[in-house]
Design a protein around this ligand. Structure first.
Ligand SMILES: [Zn+2]
Ligand SMILES: [Zn+2]
Length: 338
C-alpha cells in the first residue's frame, strides 16, 4: 500500500469480491515503472491516483474468477489489462482522443496477489496473452503502448534522425520503437554512463553523456550541423524539456514526453517556432488500440522487451525494489513476482 512519498507499507487486504461484469486475476508478474518511481519519490497527481492505494500498474496474470454476465474471458486464461479504460462516450472519446477521456478510470494494485479488473476495463482494455509470451513481458505492454502513441503523434519516419533524452525504461522503449520504424540515426542522451552503454547494446547508434559533453553541439555534429528531425524528452524535468528544444532541426518535431512536476514552466523561443517552423508537442498516456498493438509487437518480438527486465524480486521485497531503483545506475525494470 502506498500512503505517501516514500511511504510504502506491506499490509494484508481482503481478496477483492467480484461483482457482475468484473474479473479477478491472480497476479503472476508486475513490473516497476518510471511513473511508479516518480510517484514514490516526489508525489502524485490526485486525478490519477488516490492514496492510500495498492501500488503498481503494470501486471499480467491468470483469471481466477469471472463475474456474472461475461462471456469472456474464461477462468484460467492468461491476461493483462489496464491500466486505464476510457468511457467511449465523452466529447474527447467521440473525437477519437481516448487517451484524453474526461471519465477515464485507472487501475492500480499490481503489487498484490490478486487484482480485480473493473467491468468497463474488461470490455475496453483486457487482452489474452499468447502462451509463448511470459507474464513479465506482457506486463510491459502498458509503457510500450504509451511510447507507441507518442511515436505516432510525433510522426517518426523511416530515415529520420532521432535524439532521445533519458535512457530510463521509457527512453529505451522509445529507442527500440524508433529503431524498428527505421530511423537513420538514434542518438541517446543521459548522465549515467552505465545507462548509455545499455542503450548502445539495445541499438543506439550514438550516445552522449550530458555530464561531460555540450549536448546541443554534439547533436548538431552528429546531424550535419542541423539538429535531429525528432527529439524526444523522456525524463520529465524543466531543464530537459528546454534542452530538447535546442536539439531539433528547423521544421523538426520536439516530443515532450516525460511528465514534469506540477507548476513547471518552460521557456520557448517564438523565433524558433516562427522562422524555424519547429513543432513542439506533448503526449499523454495511450489508447486501447495502442495497448493491443503493444502486446502484439511484444508477442511477435518485433519489439523485444525482455532485456529491459534486469532483476526479479519477490512481492515481500517491494520496498527494497524501490530503494534499488532510486539509487541504482544499471537497473531498468524489476519484475515483481508474488
Ligand atoms: Zn508504466
Ligand atoms: Zn471518454
Amino acid at each position: 500500500m502506498l500512503y505517501g512519498v516514500k511511504d510504502l507499507r506491506i499490509e494484508g487486504t481482503p481478496t477483492p469480491r467480484v461483482e457482475a461484469g468484473e474479473v479477478l486475476v491472480k497476479v503472476k508478474a508486475a513490473t516497476t515503472c518510471g511513473t511508479d518511481l516518480k510517484i514514490f519519490q516526489r508525489g502524485y497527481v490526485e486525478k490519477i491516483i488516490k492514496l492510500p492505494t495498492i501500488f503498481g500498474h503494470e501486471w499480467a496474470g491468470e483469471v481466477v474468477e469471472v463475474g456474472e454476465g461475461l462471456e469472456w474471458p474464461e477462468k484460467g486464461m492468461r491476461v493483462r489489462a489496464g491500466n486505464s479504460a476510457p468511457c467511449l462516450h465523452c466529447t474527447m472519446c467521440q473525437k477519437g482522443k481516448y487517451n484524453l477521456c474526461e471519465n477515464m478510470i485507472w487501475l492500480w494494485g499490481a503489487y498484490a496477489e490478486y487484482i480485480k479488473i473493473p467491468a468497463r476495463m474488461v470490455l475496453v482494455n483486457t487482452q489474452e496473452i499468447p502462451t509463448h509470451v511470459s507474464y513479465e513481458e506482457a506486463a510491459i505492454t502498458e509503457p510500450l503502448a504509451c511510447v507507441l502513441h507518442g511515436a505516432e503523434e510525433a510522426g517518426i519516419k523511416l530515415g529520420d534522425s532521432v535524439a532521445i533524452i533519458g535512457a530510463g525504461p521509457i527512453g529505451l522503449l522509445h529507442l527500440l520503437t524508433a529503431k524498428k520504424i527505421g530511423v537513420e540515426k538514434a542518438i541517446v542522451i543521459d548522465l549515467v554512463e552505465e545507462r548509455l552503454n545499455f542503450a548502445e547494446k539495445l541499438g543506439a547508434d550514438e550516445t552522449i553523456n550530458a555530464g561531460k559533453t555540450d549536448v546541443p553541439e554534439a547533436v548538431r555534429k552528429l546531424t550535419n550541423g542541423y539538429g535531429a528531425d525528432v527529439v524526444i524528452e523522456a525524463i520529465g524535468l524543466q531543464a530537459s524539456w528546454e534542452q530538447a528544444l535546442k536539439l531539433v532541426r528547423k521544421g523538426g518535431t520536439v516530443l515532450e514526453f516525460g511528465g514534469c512536476p506540477p507548476g513547471t514552466e518552460i521557456r520557448v523561443n517564438p523565433e524558433m517556432l516562427h522562422y524555424g517552423e519547429v513543432t513542439v508537442m506533448g503526449a499523454f498516456h495511450t489508447t486501447p488500440l495502442h495497448f493491443r498493438k503493444a502486446l502484439n509487437l511484444i508477442a511477435s518480438r518485433t519489439i523485444d522487451v525482455r532485456p529491459l527486465i534486469t532483476r526479479r524480486m519477490k512481492l515481500e521485497e517491494i520496498r527494497e525494489a524501490f530503494e534499488i531503483l532510486a539509487t541504482s545506475k544499471s537497473e531498468i525494470k524489476i519484475a515483481i513476482n508474488p
